[in-house]
Design a binder for this molecule. Structure first.
Ligand code: NDP
Ligand code: 2IT
Length: 448
């Protein structure tokens, strides 16, 4: 142990003092530092130049006013953000979230997680996150367009294909990216890959919209394969019914698993016969085109809708939280274990509270943290950047194979750093494997 060794408690005390009240940010840092503090104590080259402290401080935070007019002609004001966290291994890269709950703490936790996730993909991408406290629900098409244009009018000053490349997240899909890209192009008079998740007609990549969900299912398949099992015949519960949940469900169904729940912020549907591809198409149309509620699925297919509930008390073999942060608490975790759940892959970012994570880790079930199991989305974003740079578009098949390969390699890295007495700690594996590349780049740059 180095004489300058630090403790997790000391480190967290300093972080909380520097970032008061930012509870989600504290949570994300604590989860990562649980593994990085001991690792840095064993490798003092990182301690000597304060890599852990520097890694938790974003390069810069941009906060701006976004004014727009609603359909009644009323002026509305929202707050926009871009947190450029770390660009040591590539241009800043990460999604934009439009949701009324968006605040600095949530975006800092997301930007921090992105450092390790992007590093795990092996592609040259730094980390960022942004968004606004704008609520797209109930807004007309024109209102969404005006908001996106106003948001981009400011954001455009800070991004660019070699600087910072935003993409989607909660509340930001192809529609919003398209409005923002249109405005970016108009302001800069340039057609460059400054955003990913674009429409296929204007520089978007095949597989990007499927990538996060497909990657999540593939990661679970990799964990099961490593244990000599497979997805075939497994009963799965999912939360969410947005982009990540839809394509996690699709790939699980295609790989022979049975998906029995999906949800939105008003509750979940439980379909004991399984949601097949036809029923999933109904959900995709309902959510992506009609912008309806998941309860309408229950009415159509005559199944139970649990108002305000979460699906974690439904017996299952595998669980996939794909909605939002902190959606599995300690009670949910205990219930999942008691009901026989033996594997979880996080589609969402930080859907598990720290206490719940401890319960799941102690039970030694398969547990994949989001930074590994949802990295497929940003990985294909990275491939979209490559295609834009070389002005090429690769085929659906080529991209799906590349995605599968990237997920398999992330799994391998997690095993290398997380393996111990007959069990793989994927949280530890992902944290350390993601850290090493970025930390070594920071060491090489000196004190900057
Ligand atoms: P979408 O906006 O497409 O869907 C979000 C889904 O989660 C909706 O069903 C929504 O319900 C539900 N949801 C959102 N907030 C809450 C909440 N506070 N409580 C309960 N349910 C909620 O987003 P995505 O599918 O893109 O994102 C889902 C998760 O995946 C997020 O954690 C995101 O950070 C993460 N992620 C996304 C990636 C991407 O490529 N899009 C990549 C990697 C991670 P409702 O419609 O009622 O709001
Ligand atoms: O959390 C995430 O990784 C994303 N929202 C996707 C980011 C991206 O740049 O594609």
């Amino acid at each position: 142990m180095a004489k300058e060794a630090i403790t997790l408690e000391e480190f967290m005390k300093g972080l909380r003092r520097r970032n008061p009240g930012e509870t989600e940010f504290h949570q994300a840092v604590k989860e990562v530092m649980t593994h990085l503090v001991p690792y840095a104590n064993e490798h003092p080259k990182y301690l000597r130049v304060k890599i852990l402290e520097r890694l938790t401080e974003p390069d810069r935070i941009i906060i701006f006013r976004v004014c727009w007019k609603d359909d009644k002609g009323q002026v509305r004001t929202n707050r926009g953000y871009r947190i450029q966290y770390n660009n040591c291994i590539g241009p800043y890269k990460g999604g934009l979230r439009f949701h009324p709950s968006v605040n600095l703490s949530i975006l800092k936790f997301l930007g921090f997680e992105q450092i390790f996730k992007n590093s795990l993909t092996s592609l040259p991408m730094g980390a960022a996150k942004g968004g606004a406290d704008f609520n797209p629900k109930g807004k007309s098409e024109d209102e969404v367009m005006r908001f996106c244009q106003s948001f981009m009018t400011e954001l455009a000053k800070h991004i660019g294909e070699n600087i910072d490349v935003p993409a989607g997240d909660i509340g930001v899909g192809t529609r919003e990216i398209s409005y923002m890209f249109g405005q970016y192009k108009r302001l800069t008079n340039e057609f460059t890959g400054a955003l990913t998740g674009k429409g296929l007609e204007f520089g978007g990549s095949e597989i990007r919209k499927e990538a996060t969900g497909f990657g999540c299912a593939y990661f679970m398949e990799e964990m099961l394969k490593y244990r000599g099992e497979s997805l075939r015949g497994k009963t799965c519960v999912l939360s969410g019914s947005g982009n990540v949940a839809q394509y996690t469900a699709l790939k699980l169904i295609q790989m022979g698993a049975k998906v029995i729940t999906m949800s939105d912020s008003s509750g979940f549907v439980h379909d004991p016969d399984g949601i097949n591809e036809e029923k999933l198409n109904y959900i995709m149309d309902l959510k992506n085109i009609k912008r309806g509620r998941i309860s309408q699925y229950a009415k159509k297919y005559k199944v139970d809708f649990h108002q305000g509930g979460k699906p974690w008390n439904i017996p299952c073999q595998l669980a996939f939280p794909c909605a939002t942060q902190n959606e599995i608490n300690v009670i949910d975790a205990k219930e999942l274990i008691q009901n026989g759940c033996s594997g979880i892959a996080e589609g969402a970012n930080m859907p598990t509270t720290i206490d719940a994570l401890e319960v799941l880790q102690n039970a030694k079930i398969l547990f994949a943290p989001g930074k590994a199991s949802n990295a497929g989305g940003v990985a294909v974003s990275g491939l979209e950047m490559t295609q834009n740079s070389i002005r090429m578009a690769w085929s659906h098949q080529e991209l799906e194979e590349r995605l599968r390969g990237i997920i398999a390699r992330i799994h391998e890295k997690c095993v290398i750093y997380g393996k111990g007495d007959g069990h793989v700690d994927y949280v530890k594996g992902a944290n350390i494997a993601g850290f090493v590349k970025v930390a070594d780049a920071m060491l090489a740059y000196g004190v900057v």
